[in-house]
Design a protein around this ligand. Structure first.
Ligand SMILES: Nc1ncnc2c1ncn2[C@@H]1O[C@H](COP(=O)(O)OP(=O)(O)OP(=O)(O)O)[C@@H](O)[C@H]1O
Length: 367
């Protein structure tokens, strides 16, 4: 959302409905556009009766916006997306004040001033990659488990909207409960408090949200989930430098980002883009993690650098950030991920580099 749109939403949040809530609180504003002083948007009411009852609110919203400096024109259309209510006294009134927020993930964002943290959460670390498929989700799951094994209170938010893989990797996939109808209870697996967009959308269904909807979904995943007291919340980001990254970087108090890359040039080029985005968003890059560093043949012990060698270390030196881990390519790691028990939760030697990475983060006070 642009600064102009933020300003309009803040003003609209001050226009009260008869029940004391606002159009913003009730998430009724759609298609907000601000262009050279001309503001237009749709008030989307749940049904025709509510739309009718909002006539006065539309006029109040118009007056409020027209009084803002720089606003030259205001166009508002009020529509109803539900069926028309039956006439007479049975017509549905506006929902009462204090209506619980929607538990359906994916809504328009509410206005927010500056970056916000998550209450009770000491550190929020984004795990990012430029390129897809380099092992960001694998690293997130294993690092979360390794930190939990060291006694830290760890949360893992799977924000990979386009391909949530934590339900499979952490071996749990059910719809989270909401006993109070307001907050969403996260799930728990391998000692980690877990929330994934994958828990909220039917299997195989694509998420086709645009910027503002993604922003709303991220707000909900951070603010509406009962994360509780956490030493660290890891966020498994989608690959690349899209809306989710921008939203989180601009709206969330991130402690920093860990960037995962393979040693391959194409992955590194994309990783550099990701790093540059975090720099622009003033999110510290805490370090790089090289995944699929080397492959050791389980039969003969021969070591092969399938994706090249030394690229991530060189990049880290160039950027003056630490190379925090070099993780081998191993069939066991892939099988563990697919089976829902991350290798860091096992006694395999492959858990060791994750335990070391976790220790390092704890030592420097990041987790
Ligand atoms: N070190 C490794 N050794 C073996 N397989 C690995 C390793 N790291 C990741 N994989 C496998 O590679 C595949 C992609 O990994 P993962 O899903 O973690 O990547 P990603 O960067 O999160 O991908 P996406 O872009 O889809 O979010 C998975 O099947 C995973 O099990």
């Amino acid at each position: 959302m642009s600064a102009d749109q933020d300003r309009i939403m803040t003003a609209l949040a001050g226009v009260k409905l008869p029940d004391g809530t606002s159009l913003v609180e009730r998430d009724l504003i759609r298609a907000l556009s601000v262009r050279e002083g001309a503001v237009s948007f749709v008030i989307e009411a749940p049904d025709a009766a509510t739309a009718q009852a909002l006539g006065g609110v539309e006029a109040a919203a118009r007056a409020r916006l027209e009084s803002l400096p720089g606003v030259t024109k205001v166009s508002i259309v009020t529509t109803a997306h539900g069926p028309a209510a039956k006439p007479g006294p049975a017509a549905k009134p506006a929902a009462p004040a204090g209506e619980p927020p929607s538990l359906k993930i994916g809504r328009h964002p509410t206005p927010q001033q500056g970056k916000q943290g998550v209450p009770g959460v000491k550190h929020i670390i984004a795990i990012a990659s430029g390129k897809g498929g380099v092992g960001k989700s694998t690293v997130s799951a294993n690092l979360a488990v390794a930190l939990a094994r060291q006694g830290r209170k760890v949360g893992l938010l799977d924000a990979d909207i386009y391909g949530p893989s934590q339900p499979r990797m952490m071996g749990i996939n059910k719809r989270p409960a909401s006993p109070d109808g307001q907050t969403i209870e996260p799930l728990h697996a391998h000692g980690v408090t877990l929330m994934s967009i994958g828990f909220m959308i039917p299997d195989g269904e694509a998420v086709v949200w645009r910027g503002p909807m993604l922003m709303g979904a991220m707000q909900q995943m951070l603010g509406q989930v009962a994360w509780g007291e956490l030493d660290v919340l890891l966020i498994d980001m989608p690959p690349g430098t899209g809306d989710v990254q921008l939203t989180l970087g601009q709206k969330t108090e991130l402690t920093g980002a860990l960037v995962v890359s393979t040693p391959q040039d194409v992955a590194l080029i994309d990783a550099r883009r990701g790093i540059s985005m975090f720099e622009k968003l003033k999110v510290p890059v805490l370090g790089l993690i090289e995944n699929m560093s080397t492959y050791v043949c389980p039969n003969c012990g021969h070591e092969e650098h399938i994706f090249g060698h030394g690229g991530v270390a060189a990049e880290a030196a160039k950027l003056d950030v630490p190379l925090l881990a070099e993780l081998p390519l191993a069939l066991e790691a892939r099988l563990a991920g697919d089976s829902g028990v991350p290798v860091a939760a096992t006694d395999s030697p492959l858990a060791e580099p994750y335990m070391k990475l976790a220790e390092r983060l704890v030592q420097v006070g990041l987790a």
